[in-house]
Design a binder for this molecule. Sequence first.
Ligand SMILES: [Zn+2]
Length: 460
Amino acid sequence: MSEPMRVQFWGAVGTVTGSRTIVEVDDRRVLVDCGLFQGYKQLRLRNRAPFPVPPSSIDAVVLTHAHLDHTGYLPALVRDGFHGPVFCTPGTAELLGLLLPDSGYLLEEEARFAQRKNYSKHEKPTPLYTVADAERALESLVPRPFDTEIDLSAGHGRADLTARFVAAGHILGAAQARLTHLGRTVHFSGDLGRDDDALMRAPTALEPAELVIAESTYGDRLHPDANPEDELGEVVARVTKRGGVVIIPAFAVGRAQALLLHLARLRRRGAIGAVPIFLNSPMAVDATALYRAHPEEHRIDERDYAEMYELATMVSSVDDSKLLNLRGGPMIIISASGMLTGGRVLHHIAAYGDDPRNAILLTGYQAPGTRGGTLAAGADELRIFGRDMPIRAEVVQLQSMSAHADADGIMRWLAPATTAGSRIVLNHGEPGSADALRLRIERELGATAIVAEQGQQFDV
Ligand SMILES: [Zn+2]
């Protein structure tokens, strides 16, 4: 019998960020996702720790999707010696062209800020990586379409280790990844989308695999039955009627497009008035164009696009962004970042957050430790630009707009794994979510699931 595949977890363990899993077969080593740790400071500090294996010893990287918690460490990996191919879908490659340089820019900003504030008195603070590192990492990307076989053995003279992407329905380009060696397969769910998403098509059904690695972000929660469009419309109508500003922090990729789509439809059916809508995220505008180029992955048609582009005023310059802070309500501002970790949205919150007529509308998962997580937990002040700012605006969290499958969704997707007798390992979830899902799998599917631990190894 040949050697097994050894699957080892080095991130997204007990948390939803820093996805990094190493798959080894004899002398070959593949990294599945290369994520940044985000959120609590102790998590972010892990980005500074040496990578668990020397980057130069990794033969190839496979990326499930473009979100930084799955890709944001790649520029550091390449700079530190990784020189193999990075396989991903075309949509992921295109989005990374926007996301990685932006990430490098934000990290450089953060280092400059730390230096100005003299946080670090003895050493010059250095960014985790720079825009130039990110640009270099992009050169390693090797786009491969969904549902085709990818040879991961190049350079080793054997063609017995392959990968295949299947649609995950989470954001543009998002994939589940199957790694197969001599007829045995380990299947990564990646971030799993929803069956009923307004934007993306449903995830592809799970095929038999010896080992299934499932995300568990919402493992302990169900999305409310409420229609996200109605919920969004209700808040927008209420706040704008009283002259307020609705600030919607949104990821530039996925969430911004879903919001524009819902708002366009709400306006079409007269559910919200003709209040001005501003999309203050140049990256979101670029990402919307990328979605338009891949109609096979989502449910937006040309009529929707036309209305989405007409609906909002696109804000690109910093000056125009600042002018929005003087304009006053009623209006809607969609701006990044989605969890308030940085970006232009912070300026809008600093300008409008202390007025109870206004509202901050959280539409996605808010990781604990981020400002978004703090707001979602009910805080009445936020630390922004080194100051504690009072938050008197209404804070609303729309659970119904998540781009992740909820616990029922994951269970439905996982069901075929039990008939196939797969082993199930859970990652990418806070401890409570992962364990709740483990229990449901045991009770409802009669199968055993293991919640992955840091450094834990599974042989396939
Ligand atoms: Zn994601």
